[in-house]
Design a protein around this ligand. Structure first.
Ligand SMILES: Cc1cc2nc3c(=O)[nH]c(=O)nc-3n(C[C@H](O)[C@H](O)[C@H](O)COP(=O)(O)OP(=O)(O)OC[C@H]3O[C@@H](n4cnc5c(N)ncnc54)[C@H](O)[C@@H]3O)c2cc1C
Length: 446
């Protein structure tokens, strides 16, 4: 939808949208009821339609930061967008409950009828498809008599269990635990299976608007300065952590996972109340009275509720990709790290306005999802090159300046007399070239 939005605004094209699901909104339709964005609503969604009310949250674990939409708000947003903008345009045909099987063929899932759709350009939006707990197949066994549920069931079941074990060290596991703890579940009754600790982004570094410029772009400048000067990846991680931009749950445990989840300081403090953390590898099997992990068998109580948070979200999509643009085909991917919506919207704008194949290629080197810090640094290289090619194309730069999905457009709004904010911009511009020089050295020196 982020791609189609600029296509409607900038071209006369008609679009057929094919989706297996019954309603717009992709994975959000199957998410747990307490899911929220982990970045400000102000820069999520599509270009033409604001999401949320740009409020600063006054209470809760995200207090002091811009609002994070709930799953319900996001689904309503996409529903309204489809009904009131896409379908109302008369140029979009929406085919829900329909599977694309290849070579222009689609199959209606309920009737089984198949049809060939004529098209000029095929847009593959499945490379960013997410894996989430309620629809994935866990890769461990659950023995008879054990209750293991996706977090969707937690609000129904939590009160019935005196012990809960959350499986998975990523963002969904964090959400399940912080939801339980902030609703009064006792920390000592909680266990958490964390096969690999994660580096998290400090959410305060991912804010929007001029008032947060120092917290966001000052922190980004810190990161680039650290990349420019570090002699190895471990020192780099420590320096970025020192600056407050990256966070980890336990200072004594070295994170080996980087899935780019964000966390607030309050969430982190809440998380530290979890009674037991098991770091003996992935779950192989759950039995009544024991939990078999890769590197240990852990004796347990017999009345535990297990919560499966082991789906990989976007992390199953790690790795290099085919090009975004090829003749007759567009493979939607992230071309700015960790920003799927902005990336798809930008690709839509480029499709509508830039014909030159070489220029399109220069602007859209993929920055795939990451599993490790090394993946993140690798993606930075393409990200920096892309950013510079967008800046040197007048049409793209102007579009970005007014695109609500680009938090960076705030850099163009700095009043000239504001020397403190101009200094942040200066630091950023100064740090990027040496960071780009040092990235290959850091990656070679692992
Ligand atoms: C819990 C959670 C929180 C997130 N928070 C943020 C955030 O704060 N900020 C952010 O930028 N990103 C966030 N993300 C990531 C972001 O939401 C996703 O990257 C984005 O929504 C992906 O959209 P998508 O359409 O690519 O994938 P999905 O939402 O997974 O949708 C893909 C669709 O394609 C359909 N499909 C797949 N194959 C076929 C086929 N052959 N034929 C027909 N249909 C098919 C699927 O049924 C599905 O409906 C979050 C992800 C999760 C899981």
């Amino acid at each position: 939808m982020a791609f189609v939005d600029p296509i409607l605004a900038e071209t006369e094209a008609s679009v057929v949208m094919v989706d297996r699901r019954a309603v717009p909104g992709g994975h959000w339709n199957d998410a747990y009821p307490f899911v929220r964005l982990h970045q400000p609503a102000a820069s999520y969604g599509v270009t033409s339609k604001p999401l949320g009310r740009n409020r600063i949250e006054a209470s809760g674990l995200n207090a002091g930061l811009h609002e994070l939409s709930s799953g319900v708000e996001i689904i309503k947003y996409y529903h309204d967008l489809m009904e009131e903008v896409f379908l109302a345009s008369g140029r979009v045909t929406y085919r829900p409950l329909t599977e694309y099987v290849g070579d222009g063929e689609v199959v209606a899932l309920l009737s089984g009828t198949s049809q060939i759709i004529e098209y000029q350009t095929l847009v593959d939006a499945t490379l960013l498809t997410t894996a989430i707990p309620s629809t994935h197949q866990p890769n461990f066994d659950v023995g008879p008599g054990v209750t293991c549920v996706p977090p969707n069931r937690l609000p129904h079941l939590a009160a019935q269990y005196r012990r809960i074990t959350v499986l998975g060290g990523g963002k969904t596991g964090v959400d399940a635990l912080t939801w339980l703890l902030s609703n009064g579940y006792p920390g000592e009754a909680l266990s958490w299976v964390v096969p690999r600790d994660a580096w998290f982004f400090n959410r305060a570094s991912f804010e929007v608007g001029i008032d947060f410029l120092e917290a966001t772009f000052g922190s980004l400048a810190d990161e680039y300065e650290a990349i420019a000067s570090a002699s190895n990846i471990e020192d780099l991680c420590l320096e970025i952590e020192q600056s407050g931009r990256w966070l980890r749950v336990d200072h004594d445990v070295w994170p080996t996972m980087f899935h780019a989840a964000t966390i607030s300081q309050r969430e982190l403090e809440t998380l530290r109340r979890v009674g037991n953390i098991h770091r003996e590898g992935r779950v192989q099997r759950l039995e009544v009275g024991e939990m078999v992990l890769d590197n240990a068998t852990v004796p347990t109580a017999t009345d535990i509720l297990y919560v499966d948070c082991t789906a990989s979200a976007l992390a199953h999509n790690v790795g290099d990709r085919s090009p975004v643009f090829s003749p007759g085909r567009i493979n939607l991917q992230m071309v700015r790290q960790f920003q799927p919506c902005f990336s798809s919207a930008l690709i839509g704008f480029i499709e509508a306005n830039i014909d030159d194949e070489a220029a399109r290629g220069h602007m859209t080197a993929p920055t795939p999802m990451t599993d490790t810090v090394e993946d993140c640094l690798q993606g930075r290289i393409n990200g920096i090159h892309n950013q510079s090619s967008w800046g040197s194309n007048k049409a793209v730069a102007q579009w970005m300046g007014r695109c609500r999905l680009d938090p960076g457009n705030v850099l163009h709004q700095i009043p000239r007399g504001d020397t403190a904010k101009m200094a942040i911009l200066g630091r950023l511009l100064e740090a990027i070239p040496p960071a780009l020089d040092n990235l290959p050295r850091l990656l070679a020196n692992r």
